[in-house]
Design a protein around this ligand. Sequence first.
Ligand code: FE2
Ligand code: FE2
Length: 271
Amino acid sequence: MRILFLGDVLGRSGREAVAARLPGLRSDLRIDLAVVNAENASHGFGLAPEMARALFAAGADVITLGNHAWDRKEIIPYIAETPRLLRPLNFPPGTPGNGSVLVTLPDGRKALVLQAMGRLYMDPLDCPFRGTSELLSRYRLGASVQAIVADCHAEASSEKMAYAHGFDGQMSFVVGTHTHCPTADAQILPGGTAFQSDAGMCGDYDSVIGMAKDGATLRFWRKMPGEKLGPAEGEATVCGVYVETDDVSGLARRIEPLRLGGRLAQAMPSV
Ligand SMILES: [Fe+2]
Ligand SMILES: [Fe+2]
């Protein structure tokens, strides 16, 4: 299975870049499953339903959120009726929406997509490790599902690495989100799980993690309430990770980073 994951879509610049690039990426890389993190799509904070619809229309099969899941309140009724829009699975019981979805591809293959949120330097949620383990106990990679993809939304690389190693061999692909900086550690772990500790964002990198730099830098110089933060509006780099899996084992064969457009050094998987 050919899987493309795109990191946090940030503001208008990120939305426009993904809408422009994703259809071409899907066909050029012959993508079977595209997953897009869009927790920052709405001016940096949350995701409005019409933006989710536009991302689905551009070719996202599944959209994930994160700590900004509820910044746009309109998402609450929308997520309840949209199974392919995920929030982290370790929110407290009773939280609207789902933390995972089983996707059936047009050719009948099945992929489980899930999101878990870390707890280091983040809100104290339920345990992401135990929550994921409980979910995985209901599926068998290479038997009931051909691929399992996890978005591990966390601040600390250590927690994301521990998460990936903890499920090495039980998932096809673990990718980190939330820091908005793509890491250079794409690898296939010893048990066969593809891993990159952060996918990076789809946003303007002439910024402080996607937000306009003037206001964002002032907050560090002066420890006072700063100006309202808004997204940087230059051309976005579409950042993501490409993974190819073996349908029989469900494990990864190949992982390559993708960086397209904007300011970052470009990287395109060879197909
Ligand atoms: Fe984010
Ligand atoms: Fe986040």
